[in-house]
Design a protein around this ligand. Structure first.
Ligand SMILES: Nc1ncnc2c1ncn2[C@@H]1O[C@H](COP(=O)(O)OP(=O)(O)O)[C@@H](O)[C@H]1O
Ligand SMILES: [Mg+2]
Length: 226
């Protein structure tokens, strides 16, 4: 599904963020991308959604080199990858429902279709009863669940979560991880970038460890280590 072939990313100022990355990620996998701050985890995800271009190498998504996507294909590609960040990036003046429905409205979907879709997704993330609340009325864990719901709204093939638990305490962290595991079970490929060792050790799924922009370990049922 995703293939990185000899991918390097050098930012301006000669910052080498990724060095010669080779990866193969299959549909349905749950992959933790771990490593200390500054090792290239976010860059890897940014390349995948074409927010940055690789300096060298190819990134294949469903057998197509994503660099060759046309201007029209790029937004379609991005819809296939839902993203969540450490800071939830919610619209504070909109309700939970509206935060999730927004992308569907922009896409021009009808209101009944939107209600049904959003209802279903809020159910998956367990926020049906918070539908009319505003983000500021929610806990951090709940806000992150809204962000996850929003990321799922186009039924993406991949959910890419960049340090989604960075602002959460231990209990909320594990709730979010369990939600990601559940979403994965429903068929979505999950990429989780994190430097949270305890979380990764409990997940017991594939772990790709980065150090200074290089893959130093790729294990099927890995631990954080380093
Ligand atoms: N837009 C940018 N311009 C220049 N350097 C950057 C940029 N984004 C990230 N970097 C650098 O690239 C390296 C990898 O960063 P990043 O991918 O954010 O790592 P991580 O997510 O693991 O913390 C770091 O040295 C960082 O300072
Ligand atoms: Mg990062």
């Amino acid at each position: 599904m995703i293939k990185f072939h000899n991918v390097s990313k050098i930012y301006s100022g000669d910052v080498v963020a990724l060095r010669n990355i080779n990866l193969d990620i299959n549909s349905g996998e749950f992959v933790s991308i771990v490593g200390q701050s500054g090792t290239g985890k976010s860059t890897l995800l940014r390349l995948l959604i074409l927010e940055e271009l690789p300096t060298m190498g190819q990134i294949l998504f469903n057998n197509r080199d994503i660099i060759t996507f046309t201007r029209r294909e790029i937004p379609l590609h991005r819809r296939k990858i839902g993203v969540v960040f450490q800071d939830f990036k919610l619209l504070n003046k909109r309700t939970v429902f509206e935060n999730v429905s927004f992308a569907l409205e922009v896409a021009g979907r009808g209101s009944r279709d939107i209600r049904q879709n959003v209802g279903q997704i809020l159910d998956i993330v367990g926020l049906t009863d918070k539908s009319n609340k505003y983000p500021t009325q929610l806990s951090g864990g709940e806000q992150q669940r809204v962000a996850i719901a929003r990321a799922l709204v186009h039924h993406p093939e991949i959910l890419a979560a960049d340090e989604p638990t960075g602002n959460l305490d231990m209990i909320n962290t594990w709730e979010i991880i369990e939600l990601l595991l559940r979403i994965n079970k429903l068929g979505t490929t999950v990429l989780l970038a994190t430097h949270n060792k305890d979380t990764v050790d409990r997940i017991n799924r594939r772990v790709i460890a980065l150090d200074k922009g290089m893959v130093i370990r790729d294990q099927k049922e890995g631990k954080y280590m380093i």
